[in-house]
Design a protein around this ligand. Structure first.
Ligand code: PLP
Length: 373
């Protein structure tokens, strides 16, 4: 049997990693400034994280949500503390798409509506409506039958005010559009979403799957605008490579048995990994590092000629060139041994570990400069 060939891949086989360094099977060393799509938050193979998972698997790898799992409560408390949302509730899933599916379902259960407002160039995952083909009316939300999604321009606060009405179930938005090209949501835009949702009883869902978990220098990017969403979806950096996702749910939503559910969500291993990530973020001051090293990267990048536009916040950085980036990115990977990502054809995307250092950013900038001359 072969794998189903859906991913274009580079012929590199990483076998070992530490912090922002990867080694392939030949011992060649690479600097990782992409973290496998923003997943590596505290650095590869962080010793505390490795120990937390190893200890957990040695004792108990998995049992289902039918027993007490104190690690879930510990994780919820730590998340509440670090995100400044101690009164929110945590539901755990396994990926970003699943987190968003649960967020949308919960919104629909809450107000019984179908109309969803989303944004052009937004990305929220690839799961299709599995529930639509599940024969159980208790777990079907209105949005599973005949969902009605309206796509508005990102950052168009006026369009939001016009589109949200008494039939709107939810507005779902990324704090910083990742796949769509690292576009930062303005404060005015986020405030317009909050006010419109409040006015019409719609649910504000903030997709923090890529921009969250400290990447911007704040725990979540909605903090910049000072408005609180009703539901916040998370994944990627949450487990530093262990698949874990979830939603933070405002106290205005009441839980009831059977409303949401999943076999693997919140399992012992996932919780041990996620808790360890939060402990390391706190102990090592990684939010500050993301802010400081991010500012440094932006300052240095601003000095380079040949960049059309720089976008982002903290360690979520988009470098738009006025030429396609494919060739330059491949030179940076194969000649300079630095992993980066892309968003569209013209933008290089950097999503390094929150512990990345200035020297690693310098190495990338020296490489980039060579190819922009
Ligand atoms: N939401 C955002 C903002 C994302 O960037 C992604 C993945 O890139 C997802 C959701 C989907 O996450 P996953 O691939 O874990 O399902």
């Amino acid at each position: 049997m072969n794998t189903f060939n859906v991913y274009p891949i580079y012929d590199i086989n990483p076998v070992k990693a530490l912090n922002s360094t990867l080694w392939d099977e030949n011992g060649t060393k690479y600097t990782d400034l992409y973290g496998g799509h923003a997943v590596i938050s505290i650095g590869h193979s962080h010793p505390e994280y490795v120990k937390a998972i190893s200890d957990q698997v040695a004792n108990l790898g998995f049992y289902s949500n039918s027993v007490r799992i104190p690690l879930q409560q510990q994780l919820a408390e730590k998340l509440g503390e670090l995100s400044g949302l101690p009164d929110y509730q945590l539901f755990l899933a396994n990926s970003g798409a699943e987190a968003n599916e649960n967020a949308l379902k919960l919104a629909s259960f809450h107000n019984g509506r179908k109309k969803i407002i989303a944004f052009k160039k937004g990305f929220h995952g690839r799961s299709s409506a599995a529930v639509a083909v599940t024969d159980n009316p208790n777990i079907k939300a209105a949005i599973n039958d005949d969902s009605h999604v309206i796509f508005l321009d990102y950052n168009d606060a006026e369009a939001v005010r016009e589109a949200v009405d008494d039939e709107t179930c939810a507005v779902i938005v990324e704090g910083i559009q990742g796949v769509g090209g690292i576009h930062v949501g303005s404060d005015e835009f986020m405030k317009a979403i909050r006010e419109s949702c409040d006015q019409h009883g719609a649910v504000f869902i903030h997709d923090s799957v890529q921009c969250g978990y400290g990447r911007s220098g704040k725990f979540f990017t909605w903090e910049f605008s000072g408005v609180k969403p009703d539901i916040i979806s998370m994944a990627k950096g949450m487990g530093n490579g262990f698949p874990v996702g979830g939603i933070l749910i405002s106290p205005k939503f009441e839980a009831k048995y059977g409303l949401l559910g999943t076999t693997f969500g919140g399992n012992h291993l996932a919780c041990a990994a996620a808790l360890s990530v939060l402990q390391v973020i706190e102990e090592e001051g990684l939010l500050d590092n993301a802010r400081v090293v991010g500012e440094y990267a932006f300052d240095q990048l601003k000095k380079i000629s040949g960049i059309k536009e720089l976008r982002g916040r903290g360690l979520m950085i988009g470098i738009e060139l006025d030429q396609p980036v494919k060739e330059i990115r491949e030179k940076i990977l194969f000649d300079d041994k630095i992993f980066t990502g892309v968003a569209g054809a013209h933008t290089i995307r950097l999503l390094p570990s929150l512990g990345v250092c200035k020297e690693e950013i310098d190495a990338f900038i020296s490489a980039l400069k060579k190819y922009l001359i």
